[in-house]
Design a protein around this ligand. Structure first.
Ligand code: HEC
Length: 155
């Protein structure tokens, strides 16, 4: 169980890594050391067409072991490698240096349905977490890191 869970951290599941995330937050304005990466809003910013996003949605359905349209999914093999692989990896296994989730593990931040995946690719989500070092003392942050680490998936 530990090994499988270990793969599911977006950024870092070690005690030090968790403490770092608590201190600096994720995409937190005003903390230069915050965990940072931004998935482009491929539809909203006009980077890809609706047809391309439709294809990529079915590509993600395919790699995550769900029902998919084979023609749509295979129409974007090259596009996936060009637009998505730099962050999510050539095999869609994710990249922790960028907090990019594994798309094959059937663990979802924002939903597994066709509509949810389309929405993610169209808009990007890029959620934020506060930098708690501005709000909590050192001892509390350390205690919270230990607590989170012991919840089950700590590395
Ligand atoms: C610059 C890096 C980057 C690129 C390029 C990128 N992504 Fe992402 N993607 C991310 C990050 C980071 C997240 C997590 C966002 C968050 O933490 O809120 C994410 C989240 C997702 C999710 C949500 C997964 C879940 O668990 O709900 C999907 C689906 C996804 N990306 C698909 C794609 C596809 C398809 C492409 C190519 C068109 C793509 N991404 C390109 C960085 C990237």
């Amino acid at each position: 169980m530990a090994a499988a869970d270990a793969a599911r951290w977006l950024w870092d599941g070690t005690l030090d890594g968790i403490e770092y995330t608590l201190r600096h937050g994720v995409r937190h304005d005003g903390d230069d050391a915050t965990r940072f990466s931004l998935m482009p809003s491929f539809g909203r910013d006009g980077l890809l067409s609706d047809t391309q996003i439709d294809g990529l949605t079915h590509y993600v359905l395919r790699v995550s072991g769900q029902d998919f349209d084979a023609d749509l999914a295979s129409s974007v093999e090259t596009l996936y490698q060009q637009q998505c692989a730099t962050c999510h990896g050539v095999d869609a296994q994710g990249d922790r240096t960028q907090g990019a989730p594994n798309l094959t593990d059937q663990e979802w931040l924002y939903g597994s349905t066709e509509a949810a995946i389309y929405n993610t690719i169209y808009n990007a989500r890029n959620s934020h977490m506060l930098a708690w070092q501005d709000r909590l003392d050192d001892a509390s942050i350390k205690a919270l890191a230990v607590y989170v680490h012991t919840l089950g998936g700590g590395e």
